[in-house]
Design a protein around this ligand. Structure first.
Ligand SMILES: Nc1ncnc2c1ncn2[C@@H]1O[C@H](COP(=O)(O)OP(=O)(O)OP(=O)(O)O)[C@@H](O)[C@H]1O
Ligand SMILES: [Mg+2]
Length: 269
């Protein structure tokens, strides 16, 4: 694996030491599906307020990794450590604590079609956090306001655009007061003109210090906001480092090569 810890290669004495606490650690996550190893020994530690961006070709294992992080998929080997405590996948309280503290945003929103935007947010507050109906409604409205959707609170998913649906899904995740949010290509199901509104919400979360791990192909966004880019291929992390280091002109990295191919696909050149 290539590491680009700073734009000068190995850390110099002038490099600031990051003293923010590590919130979530994945240690040597391995996953096999149908006898094939999909993730090989993937390790990642996330400090408070970091935005780690996962990139890599289709089939690299990004979604599988994110689903292993909050144990929607059980890894075959490896540990998840949340705020210093190892999560026990077969111990329900430990699993529920992880799910409450580590929110997940999917590409396809996962909203309940028969509930309004406000009810989609409120139902999680009632079921998971035990809020009363009134408390849940008020908090849901506050979260919808945060993502710029208070005027759409009474609408059903079918009445919302893709970008609005994704913002409802983000509001629902935020209502859990998560320590970390995982985002699996949150804009890839959206029409191009709707991508910006969702990225703006994620940018706002990042600037307010939310800790996030996000799989995305939005390289300009990653370049501007990622604390670290993690390049995956065939179930392994093969390169990682700051956007400046990995994407510097002439860096000659796999990440830069991948990024230029994506740009070429987008412009059809
Ligand atoms: N349920 C499953 N059964 C069989 N193979 C699976 C399953 N889920 C994932 N895989 C395989 O695991 C590999 C990694 O898939 P994954 O969806 O994690 O990749 P990805 O990096 O998220 O790709 P994309 O960019 O297309 O979303 C792929 O080869 C995929 O075919
Ligand atoms: Mg995926």
């Amino acid at each position: 694996m290539t590491q680009f810890a700073s734009s000068h290669g190995s850390p110099s004495p002038d490099d600031a030491v990051d003293t923010r606490p590590v919130i979530l650690e994945m240690e040597n996550i391995t996953k096999k599906i149908g006898g094939r190893t999909i993730l090989h020994d993937v390790s990642l530690a996330v400090r408070q307020g970091e935005l780690k961006v996962l990139i890599g070709p289709s089939g690299a294992g990004k979604s599988t990794f994110l689903q292993c992080v909050n144990l929607l998929i059980a890894p075959d080997a490896g540990n998840i450590i949340l705020k210093g405590e190892k999560v026990e996948p077969h111990h329900k309280p430990s699993l529920y604590a992880l799910r409450q503290q580590v929110g997940m945003i999917f590409q396809d929103f996962n909203l309940f079609d028969h509930l309004t935007a406000q009810e989609n947010v409120a139902i999680a507050l009632r079921k998971v956090r035990g809020f009363s109906k009134r408390e849940a409604s008020l908090r849901a409205m506050a979260e919808l306001e945060r993502v710029g959707l208070s005027r759409r609170a009474g609408l059903y998913p079918a009445e919302l655009s893709g970008g609005q649906k994704q913002r409802v899904a983000i509001a629902r995740a935020l209502a859990m007061d998560p320590q970390v949010i995982l985002l699996d290509e949150p804009t890839s199901a959206l029409d191009p003109e709707l991508v910006g509104e969702v990225l703006a919400v994620i940018r706002e979360l990042a600037s307010n210090g939310m800790t996030m791990i996000m799989a995305t192909h939005q390289m300009e966004f990653a370049r501007a906001l990622a604390t670290e880019i993690i390049f995956m291929e065939q179930g392994r992390i093969i390169e990682r480092g700051s956007p400046d280091a990995l994407l510097a002109p002439g860096a000659g990295t796999r990440t830069a090569d991948f990024c230029s191919k994506l740009l070429a696909e987008e412009c059809g050149c």
